[in-house]
Design a protein around this ligand. Structure first.
Ligand code: 2AM
Length: 202
């Protein structure tokens, strides 16, 4: 009998002040478009590093260990040579993704020294080596999804919304302090994310 399948992704967690700034930034947009935009819960705001999709639940422990080891399991000096928090991050511009279809409203990140891209490559490499992840052809675009578009039945309104200019995002700088393997529970009221394993980078 096939085992249970669960939906997993690895993400960079965001400091509370960054999540708070995103919540304040999106508030007027949500208030103006309550039918079209469904917010991501403030405590669930994150930067997806690798979306694994459905995997065998029995593999979750090994996947969590691989995420922790590749993200932050650096011994002094560092297995990957780059221990510690992810420096040089900042909120950048807001955008609709995918750029034409506008399914989500997101805020891009500045990754000044490329440390986040290197972290993503390490995690992706470990998950690929384990056979749990297929690297995506498109380059990694670090972003935080702040709301999802209820496009069905609202295609025209969604297109109009996506064509309008977005308000400027506060340029908040921060370090990334944790990487987490999450299980996504899909439900009627939106997804709930359950942390399964976490690498504390501080
Ligand atoms: P997003 O932030 O760009 O929306 C949990 O669902 C996370 O995994 C989301 O944050 C989402 O990224 C990402 N995700 C969901 N489905 C995906 C897919 N098919 N391909 C890549 N990433 C996906």
């Amino acid at each position: 009998m096939a085992g249970e399948r669960i939906r997993l992704f690895a993400a960079l967690d965001l400091p509370e002040e960054v999540r708070g700034a995103l919540v304040r930034w999106r508030a007027p947009l949500l208030a103006a478009e309550p039918r079209l935009l469904r917010p991501v819960a403030s405590d669930a705001l994150h930067v997806t590093l690798c979306f694994l999709g459905q995997v065998d639940a029995a593999e979750a422990g090994a996947i969590g260990a691989a995420v922790v080891a590749s993200a932050g399991g650096d011994a002094p000096g560092g297995l990957a040579g780059e221990p510690g928090p992810v420096p040089g991050l900042a909120l950048a511009d807001a955008l609709w993704l995918p750029r034409r279809a506008a399914r989500v409203l997101a805020v891009e990140l500045v990754d000044a020294g490329g440390a986040l891209a290197r972290l993503q490559a390490r995690v992706a490499g470990a998950l690929t080596a384990g056979g749990w992840f297929e690297p995506e052809a498109r380059p990694f675009l670090p972003h935080v999804t702040v709301a999802r578009v209820r496009a069905r039945g609202n295609e025209r309104a969604a297109r109009e919304l996506a064509a309008a200019p977005l308000p400027g995002v506060p340029s908040l700088a921060f370090d990334g302090a944790a990487v987490t393997l999450y299980r996504s529970h899909l439900g009627g009221g939106g997804a709930r994310y359950e942390p399964l394993a976490r690498a504390d980078l501080r």
